[in-house]
Write a protein that binds this ligand. Structure first.
Ligand SMILES: [Zn+2]
Length: 93
């Protein structure tokens, strides 16, 4: 019969504190990066300083090759869509 509600081990504590650090620091995860990626690309395409507007995304893209690749592909696709027809939804003027 179990004596306590839950065994708290060192590794449990470690992963919990890691998770807290991940969410409370300025690091974001790939899925968060992906969620903001279109806004980041939009800022880029409209001439805004995307890295200042979305520093966490910029930082993640710089250190995550997977997202960096994804972003480059997105940017290429958006550029091709936006340039010839500036009525695309990313255009807000
Ligand atoms: Zn990533």
């Amino acid at each position: 019969m179990p004596t306590g509600p839950m065994q708290i081990t060192d590794s449990t504590l470690k992963s919990v504190s890691q998770a807290v650090r991940m969410t409370s620091s300025d690091e974001i995860a790939c899925d968060e990066c992906f969620d903001s990626m279109d806004r980041f690309a939009e800022a880029n395409l409209t001439g805004l300083d995307a890295a200042t507007a979305l520093p966490l995304v910029a930082r993640h893209l710089a250190m995550c090759p997977d997202c960096g690749e994804e972003f480059e592909a997105l940017l290429t696709a958006l550029t091709a869509m936006v340039r010839p027809r500036p009525r695309f939804r990313f255009w807000r003027r």
